[in-house]
Design a protein around this ligand. Structure first.
Ligand code: CU1
Ligand code: CU1
Length: 287
């Protein structure tokens, strides 16, 4: 059992060990394998294929398993490292310590959004993008999108998602406007005036690589998703009588049949079901 800490409480030695382990995974090629996996399973609503990681109920369990894979690789490099989480409702500034030289580095420069500071700056020579949707070989960010400002989600916006007692609702995709915790927290269910909410809004706020299917190219991805993972715990605690939905495979004739994963169906690329991921007790805890 190990602890996942709030990133704001890490000391400089812990930050150094985390980024050093990430850089080692990049060097040995396993990091880019993970990025490729994410890109491969980035299937939108419109697609008739199985949506395992996004715009679907298995958003939480799929990412929990995905983070565990990353974390096991990190611990293979340095057993004392775990994935920190970033509470974006409290550390909401583009100049917070998260974005400092000694941790993730800062925003991209104006010309081409290239990240110029920190261990993942292209110029440092250790972070070349090889799996991307564009040809850019450097990591890009645009924190807060100054030319068209966007704010990180507020505590109230987060609460709106956590208060929903239904885990998810039909049609189990991004259009489930009636709500459901999953769609409200993933961030598609939004009033017309706002395009993004919660998890999605954070990707947009960071900008650059974080806005696409190869978002894990930005190590900020892991800290963001560790917080999303923690929020799933928080929702479970708040609604002990609710559970993962759909609990059984969808009926014949349901348009979403074969496109979403119910409680006991495996989530590719693993032979792991949402039920297997409902708890992480005994593996890690949040502090
Ligand atoms: Cu994802
Ligand atoms: Cu995400």
């Amino acid at each position: 059992m190990y602890i996942r800490q709030n990133q704001r409480n890490l000391n400089s030695a812990q930050k150094k060990r985390f980024t050093a382990a990430v850089l080692e995974l990049k060097r040995n090629g396993t990091y880019d394998e993970l990025v490729r996996t994410h890109g491969k399973y980035f299937v939108p609503d419109k697609d008739s294929k199985l949506r395992v990681g996004h715009m679907s109920p298995s958003f939480f369990p799929w990412h929990r398993r995905y983070l565990l894979q990353f974390e096991r690789l990190l611990q293979g490099v340095d057993p004392g490292v775990s994935v920190p989480y970033w509470d974006w409702t409290t550390d909401s500034s583009p100049v917070s310590s998260l974005w400092a030289e000694d941790f993730l580095g800062g925003t991209g420069r104006e010309k081409d959004r290239r990240v110029m500071t920190g261990p993942f700056a292209y110029e440092k020579g250790n972070w070349e993008i090889t799996v991307g949707v564009t040809d850019a070989r450097f990591l890009t960010r645009n924190l807060g999108r100054p030319q068209n400002p966007i704010a990180l989600p507020t505590a109230a916006e987060l609460q709106w998602a956590l208060d929903d007692p239904a885990y998810d609702t039909a049609p189990w995709d991004s259009t489930a406007k009636g709500g459901g915790f999953r769609n409200k927290l993933e961030g598609w269910a939004a009033p017309k005036s706002e395009r993004w909410r919660n998890h999605n809004k954070v990707h947009q706020w960071i900008g650059g690589h974080m806005t696409g299917g190869t978002a894990p190219n930005d190590p900020a991805f892991w800290l963001h998703h560790a917080f999303v993972d923690l929020l799933w715990d928080r929702w479970q605690l708040k609604h002990p009588a609710s559970g993962y939905l759909p609990s059984a495979p969808l009926e014949l004739g349901d348009l979403q049949r074969g496109r979403v994963i119910s409680l006991d169906e495996p989530m590719p690329p693993w032979n792991i079901t949402p039920r297997d991921m409902l708890s992480h007790q005994g593996v890690y805890r949040y502090e």
